[in-house]
Design a protein. Structure first.
Length: 255
């Protein structure tokens, strides 16, 4: 697991405060796709539980995993008592049961490619559902986006996580749908988008950036300088495009 993947624990409280939550529509889409009641779920890279709480409130018995103890400690402040937590990277998880749903919210790209889909399949009941969602948040105003890019440029070319399999941004099917379609374990791969528009103060936008791995792995003096440079070019309120790309797939029946 990369240094960027393990960079979040020191900012668990900031992550909870500044990272946007997930809409109820996400759960609606997963449940509609499942076509049956989902009783149990395993979550990959739960973080502070922003997606966990949505599924748990729908009556799903969630087992939430994350390699960072600080993130899980923050998660426990915000989720129902029946949520079970497992401190482990996905590659370290040893299945003790099979679930109706395995899902990842802005976390799947941190898992190791080798054996990824056999591990997911090993956690799923036959016919069970895999779901993944994610997407970068960026200023809606092109002038603000350009100003942020220019302020960031001496330190970072980009603050986004590149496509794990190199899929171009203009290709219709994006990762992980590309890998799911090639996998022997999954069928009925679907991709959809949940449009989101957010507004946050300039201070909260900088707080949001401070929780992104690209900034977290910078040496502290550089991180402070780049965030300070960005804060100086922002309007008082920042309109954000924060669309979520959702991928759904079904584990093939055994036999």
């Amino acid at each position: 697991m990369s240094g960027r993947a393990l960079s979040f624990g020191g900012v668990a409280e900031a992550y909870e405060r500044f990272r946007p939550g997930y809409p109820e529509e996400l759960v609606d889409r997963v449940m509609a796709y499942a076509g049956r009641r989902v009783r149990t779920a395993f979550e990959i890279g739960a973080g502070t539980g922003k997606a966990t709480r949505l599924f748990a409130r729908r009556g799903v018995r969630v087992t939430a995993s994350d390699p960072d103890g600080a993130m899980l400690a923050e998660l426990r402040k915000h989720v129902p008592a029946h949520v079970r937590t497992v401190r482990a990277a996905f590659e370290e998880v040893r299945p003790d049961e099979r679930y109706g749903l395995v899902y990842a919210a802005a976390a799947l790209h941190w898992t190791e490619p080798e054996g990824r889909w056999s591990r997911v399949a090993g956690l799923l009941e036959p016919g069970g559902v895999f779901a993944s969602c994610g997407g970068a948040a960026r200023p809606a105003d092109p002038a603000v986006e350009d100003a942020v890019r220019a302020a960031r440029a001496p330190f970072l070319d980009s603050d986004e996580v590149p496509s794990p399999d190199g899929t171009p941004a203009d290709q219709e099917m994006q990762w992980p749908g590309t890998e799911l379609r090639r996998s022997e374990w999954f069928a009925d791969v679907r991709q959809s988008v949940i449009a989101r528009r957010l507004t946050m103060s300039a201070r909260d936008y900088v707080g949001h950036l401070s929780t992104l791995s690209a900034y977290l792995v910078l040496p502290a003096p550089q991180r402070e300088r780049v965030l300070s440079r960005i804060s100086r070019v922002l309007p008082d309120r920042v309109e954000m495009i924060a669309d979520l790309t959702v991928h759904l797939a079904r584990r093939r029946e055994e036999g």
